[in-house]
Design a binder for this molecule. Structure first.
Ligand SMILES: [Zn+2]
Length: 216
């Protein structure tokens, strides 16, 4: 890890059992391993963690480090996720951090929630999660929060941004073609990585390639 990193953001959404976080078919990453790595990063002073899995554990930071951790559920409980719709907790987090910029619509059609102000803090995120725990968006899950050495001076999680966010892609065709093309994709058009590749970028790439061949 780079030595000028001061704040580490850790997000996990997936399977977790007594072996740890499941990161491959038979591959696991234990929380002890993650704790050790974080504690050894002495340049990291603040850890912001979102842990969306069954029986989530609390990260153990070293004496000098601060921790803000939001778990989808209590350490004794299971988290809920559906194969088609994904995890309601992670989706709610994404909604929190992008809502203002993407038009302010909640996943629940009748919900009138909003987050005001220039920053998202631990308090505003807690409040936002609680609203959606009560109105059923989290499907019965009871999220938990853990704070270590956090006060009003360091409780900010992110800007509550309202400016347009776009990704810039440079597409280079394989040899013998030499042309390069740049495409801009708005963040609001991207829901998942596979769809970005298959339905947004690939058709443009394929169309351009045919055009190039025709010209030659
Ligand atoms: Zn809402």
């Amino acid at each position: 890890m780079r030595h000028n990193v001061h704040t580490l953001v850790f997000l996990y959404s997936g399977h977790h059992d007594r072996h740890g976080f499941k990161v491959g078919m038979n591959e696991y990453f234990s929380m002890q391993h993650i704790n050790r790595n974080i504690q050894e990063c002495t340049h990291v002073k603040k850890v912001i963690a979102f842990v969306d899995c069954c029986q989530p554990e609390i990260i153990r930071v070293n004496e000098e480090q601060r921790l803000i951790q939001f778990n989808a559920t209590a350490s004794t409980d299971t988290a809920i996720s559906s194969r088609n719709e994904g995890s309601p907790f992670t989706k709610l987090l994404v909604q929190t951090f992008t809502m203002k910029a993407s038009g302010g619509k909640c996943a629940l059609p009748l919900c009138k929630c909003r987050i005001d102000g220039p920053f998202i803090t631990t308090d505003s995120l807690s409040h936002y999660i609680e609203i959606h725990r009560q109105n059923g968006l989290l499907r019965g899950m009871e999220p938990e929060k853990s704070l270590i050495k956090i006060n009003w001076q360091n409780e900010c999680l992110a800007y509550n941004y309202s400016y347009k966010v776009a990704f810039l892609f440079d597409i280079e065709l394989p040899k013998p073609f030499t042309s390069k093309h740049t495409y801009v994709v708005l963040a609001t058009a991207v829901n998942d990585y596979d769809a970005l590749i298959q339905t947004i970028l690939f058709p443009r790439f394929a169309g351009r390639r045919r055009l190039t061949v025709d010209l030659i």
